[in-house]
Design a protein around this ligand. Structure first.
Ligand code: SAM
Ligand code: SF4
Length: 475
C-alpha cells in the first residue's frame, strides 16, 4: 500500500486545530533509522535547515547506542553554534493556585481537598518579588491556576505590579506568564501590561490521552488549548512558548507533535515558538496518572537532543523538576534556559525557610532545590556563561534565537556582550567573594575570545562602569 501520512494532514489555518494523531503515528510507524539516513538528517540540521517530520521520526526511531551518540553529539555541536555558552536564568513565581480543572496529574486539581488555596494580593506579590530581586533574579515567569478570578485584567495587574517593584539595586526586567488559554481580547490586555513570553503546555498532544487526563473543567477542550498560541499571536504577542508534559503519553509522539506545532505557527504566523519546554511528570499530591509512559533519563536527554536538532531557533527550557545531574546533561544536549532558586509553594520566596513545610501549597515535587548562587556557581565551573539578559525583548528584537541562526555575528555582537554585562551586575550586587572572583575569571576568558578589538574595548569600558555602579547597560 502506498504510504501517504500526508493524507491525514490537517491544513494549517489560523486558529484551527492542526494535530491529526494518525499522521504522526504513520510517520513513526514507517520511519527508517539506518545510519546514512540519520547522518543525512544530522547534516541538514547542522547546516541550519529545519528538519521535516519524516526526518524527525527517523531520529526518534534510532535506538542503537551508536546512532543515539551521533544524535547527541550533533545536538551539542548545534547548540554551541546557535547559543554559544550562554545559559539564561529565570525563576517561576506562583501567583495563584485556585483551579477549576481536575487534571489527574496536578496537585492543584480542583478535587484535591488537601491543597491549601492561595491567591497572592498585590502586597504579597510585592513581597515575593522583593525577595526574588534580593536574590538577583531579573526574569520571572508568573504561574496561575485556571480560575475565573485569574482574568486577563488580574493577570495584567500582576504583571504591572511585578515590573513596578524595585528593591534596590534589583528590578525584574522581563515578566513571562504561564496561564490558562485566553481569548484574543484577553491576550491584548496582557500584552498592554508588557508581558514577555506567553507559555502554555498542551500537556499531551494525543487527543484520547488528553481526554482521559482532563476529565472536567474548561481544560477538557483540546482544540481550545491547542489554538491558544494562535490567539496570542493574533493579539500581537511577540513571543510564545510551547511544551508537553512528558510521561502522559509516548514521548516520541509528543516530540513529533511539538515539531508539528512549530510548523503550524511558522506556516500561519511566520514565527516559531520562542521556547520549547520539556516538563517531565513528577509526583504530586492526589496525582493519579499511571506511570505506563514514564520517560527514562536516557530517553529524556535523547528527546532534548532531537528537539535541539529539529527546531534549532527555539530556546529549550528544563526546569527544577529535574535533578542537578539530569539538568547538567540537558544543558549539554540543547537546553538554553533553566530556573534557579526555585520554590513552588505559594508565598515561599518571602517566607522563612521552615514556614512552608508540610503544607500542600505546591503543585508537584521538584528535584533541584539549589539556590540561584549555587546554580550560577556550577554553571561557571562548567564553563557556561550565566545570563540575565533581557536586551532583545526591550530593544524590540523579537525572534532573537532565529537571528542568532540567520544574522552573521549576532551572538558576538549582542548576546555574548549582554550576557557578560548582566553577569557582572549579578557578581557586583549579589555574589559572595569567591563566586565574584570565579565569575570575573570567566568574564575575562570570554572577552579574550572576542575577535573585534573595538567590541572588546567597549565591553571593558562598560564593565568598568558596572563596577562603579551603573546598571542596565545593554547592546
Ligand atoms: N494552570 C495553567 C495550565 O494548566 O496551563 C498553568 C499553570 S500549571 C500550574 C503549569 C504546568 O505545570 C502545567 O501546564 C503542567 O504541564 C505542569 N504540571 C502539572 N502537574 C505536574 C506534575 N505532576 N509534574 C510535572 N509538571 C506538572
Ligand atoms: Fe489547574 Fe493547571 Fe494544575 Fe490543571 S495543570 S489542575 S489547569 S493548575
Amino acid at each position: 500500500m502506498l504510504f501517504t501520512p500526508e493524507k491525514y494532514r490537517l491544513p494549517d489555518l489560523p486558529m484551527r486545530p492542526f494535530i491529526e494523531a494518525s499522521e504522526i503515528e504513520s510517520y513513526l510507524q514507517t520511519a527508517q533509522s539506518d545510519k546514512p539516513r540519520i547522518e543525512a538528517a544530522i547534516n541538514r540540521a547542522l547546516a541550519g535547515r529545519r528538519l521535516s517530520l519524516p526526518e524527525v521520526a527517523s531520529l526518534l526511531n534510532a535506538d542503537d547506542p551508536e546512532t543515539v551518540r551521533l544524535i547527541k553529539d550533533a545536538a551539542q555541536t548545534l547548540k554551541t553554534a546557535v547559543y554559544g555558552n550562554r545559559i539564561v536564568l529565570f525563576a517561576p513565581l506562583y501567583v495563584g493556585n485556585d483551579c477549576v480543572n481536575d487534571c489527574t496529574y496536578c496537585g492543584f486539581r480542583a478535587t484535591n481537598r488537601d491543597a491549601v488555596r492561595i491567591t497572592l494580593d498585590r502586597q504579597a506579590l510585592t513581597r515575593e518579588v522583593e525577595a526574588l530581586e534580593e536574590d538577583g533574579q531579573k526574569r520571572l515567569i508568573l504561574v496561575f491556576g485556571e480560575h475565573p478570578a485569574y482574568s486577563p485584567e488580574y493577570i495584567a495587574d500582576a504583571i504591572r505590579t511585578v515590573y513596578a517593584v524595585k528593591k534596590a539595586p534589583g528590578e525584574i526586567r522581563r515578566v513571562n506568564i504561564n496561564a490558562a488559554p485566553l481569548d484574543v481580547a484577553g491576550f491584548r490586555t496582557v500584552k498592554e501590561a508588557g508581558v514577555g513570553t506567553y507559555q502554555i503546555f498542551q500537556e499531551t498532544y494525543h487527543p484520547k490521552t488528553y481526554a482521559d487526563v482532563h476529565p472536567r473543567g474548561p481544560k477538557k477542550d483540546y482544540g481550545h488549548r491547542l489554538t491558544a498560541l494562535d490567539r496570542a499571536l493574533e493579539a500581537g504577542l511577540d513571543d510564545v512558548g510551547v511544551g508537553a508534559l512528558f510521561g502522559l503519553y509516548d514521548w516520541r509522539f509528543e516530540v513529533m507533535a511539538l515539531v508539528r506545532h512549530a510548523n503550524h505557527l511558522e506556516a500561519c504566523y511566520n514565527i516559531g515558538p520562542h521556547t520549547i519546554s520539556v516538563p517531565r511528570l513528577q509526583a504530586a499530591s492526589h496525582s493519579e496518572t499511571a506511570r505506563r509512559f514514564a520517560v527514562s533519563d536516557d530517553d529524556f536527554t535523547r528527546l532534548i537532543a532531537i528537539l535541539r536538532l529539529a527546531v534549532p531557533y527555539s530556546g529549550l527550557i528544563c526546569t527544577a523538576r529535574e535533578s542537578p545531574a539530569i539538568r547538567r546533561q540537558a544543558l549539554r544536549y540543547g537546553v538554553s534556559q533553566i530556573d534557579g532558586g526555585t520554590r513552588l509553594e505559594l508565598g515561599a520566596y518571602a517566607a522563612a525557610p521552615n514556614e512552608t513545610q508540610n503544607l500542600h501549597r505546591e503543585q508537584f515535587q521538584i528535584n533541584d532545590e539549589r539556590t540561584l548562587a549555587e546554580i550560577v556557581d556550577e554553571l561557571l565551573d562548567d564553563g557556561y556563561l550565566p545570563s540575565f539578559c533581557t536586551a532583545c525583548y526591550r530593544k524590540g528584537r523579537t525572534g532573537e534565537h532565529f537571528m542568532a541562526l540567520s544574522v552573521p555575528g549576532f551572538i558576538k555582537r549582542f548576546c555574548t556582550p549582554n550576557a557578560l554585562c548582566t553577569l557582572a551586575e549579578y557578581l557586583e550586587d549579589y555574589a559572595a567573594d569567591a563566586l565574584r572572583e570565579k565569575g570575573y575569571a570567566l568574564i575575562e576568558k570570554n572577552i579574550a575570545q572576542i575577535s573585534r578589538e573595538a567590541t572588546r574595548n567597549d565591553l571593558r569600558k562598560r564593565l568598568q562602569q558596572i563596577r562603579y555602579g551603573v546598571r542596565d547597560l545593554y547592546y
